[in-house]
Design a protein around this ligand. Sequence first.
Ligand code: AMP
Length: 541
Amino acid sequence: MLGTMMDFPLTLQHVFDRGTRLFPDREIVTGGLGERHRYTYKDFARRVHRLASAFKALGLQPGERVGTFGWNHYRHLEMYFAVPMQGAVLHTLNIRLFHDQLVYIINHAADRFIVVDRSLLGIVQALQPMLETVEKIIVVDDGGDCEVGDALDYEQFLASGNEHFDFPRLDENTAAMMCYTSGTTGNPKGVAYSHRALTLHSFGACLSDSVGVSQRDTVLAVVPMFHANAWGLPYAATMVGAKQVFAGNSMAPDRVLQLMQDERVTLGAGVPTIWIGALPLLQAGKYDLSSVTRIACGGSAAPRGLIDAYDKLGLNIVHAWGMTELTPIGSVAVPLTELDSADPATQMDFKARQGTPVPGVEARALDSDGKEVPWDGQTMGELVVRGPWVAASYYNDDRSAGSFTSDGWFRTGDIVVMHPNGYIEIADRTKDVIKSGGEWISSVALENALMAHPKVQEAAVIGVPDEKWSERPLACVVPRPDFKGSVKAEELSEFLAQQFAKWWLPERYLFLDELPKTSVGKFDKKTMRVQYTDSTKAVTA
Ligand code: AMP
């Protein structure tokens, strides 16, 4: 047999070595409520070695889990590498989960140690009596004032380690990270990411037909580091030696924009809520974001009106779709050559869709019989995916079976249409799509249209039970501050009528000050259905 290539493992060791050796002087900056912290990749590398060695001395064994309970900052980044590169698994805990869910996931993952920001320590201390496997808490002092008790101090712990720690050579299929899904019914489900998946995903994030992370970038992921590996951006950015900026313990729009301006950020990333919140400040001309070349936006549908408003400010929103189960990037709305000659409205239509699957991810849409639906931009089907960074099962969970097709594709639970040019357009979650008279109404399409109305800040549409049609849409609308109390249901309905068939139009509108959000900033439609279905405050259009 002819020889082929080296058996070179795709592990985070390579991601780390490349960035820190080639770009030792590049900066890593952390903002937040306290003083801004900055150091170089060289400092970062030394500290990662020390931290890993300290964990080894503490008795951390290969395969064991270490939890983190923290904001986005350089110490969290150190954990992202020090724990997986020694063969253990970093379990990022969602700081906004309900307490019983936190107890469940910490016990289910059997975390042995937890590294906690001091400002969040009170939450973990309250849970401690219910935690079955946690032996030691390590506290990152972020200026919080909670009593530390017998917990270890992160800095002292790190200082006890050896700067010349030798990382073992790992099999690329070793688990490196772990994250539980949020917003599902029942207990969260765990996803364990292998080194191979995270490394290939980093390559994927660096492709120009994806997010295109490069050494020329300054990256600010306003995505929590506890949610889907902050979209894999800390790994991609480290691999290419990009300057990295973290928002610290505040994701408030003014602080985020100040950081972007001061640090000359080129690539920002976050859920639509962040950019919706930042828009009025940008429109008031308060910040100079001339360094920004693109803002990756996903996690829930980025409304066309939002993309358009940013476009008018010279800011390019790149829409991306992903899932915790996909490490998480699945598709990115890249500007296809074929669209260059299209009129601006068509180009904007495509920017507002979820884009083409990134190389590495295969995508199809299936009808209820499991047959692939045509790429006609009309027929809805469930999106299924496969690829080297798609989960093959949930961690130690017998609910896995229902999430995969018989031939091994992952069922995303997203209802989509496929366009002839390969663009995916998400119409809804299977749970949120509104079933009216045997047909489906896309809640996402309606809310996107509503959010393009000049008097609307945010809108979510939910299906409420209806005797005749089974379900009908109810529009929950947050008006822009200057139109509070004056915007009328009739004008919104007329606005929608220009784009949708009559039977799609919501009969009822509910005007609110804010919409409930999930722990990761998405519209919490489950809560909305409970709270608003019978609301007597809804008005008829
Ligand atoms: P999570 O695992 O919490 O990141 O949630 C994944 C889900 O978020 C997907 O299955 C979609 O329903 C939704 N989602 C993510 N990105 C987008 C997007 N760009 N447009 C619409 N929905 C999205």
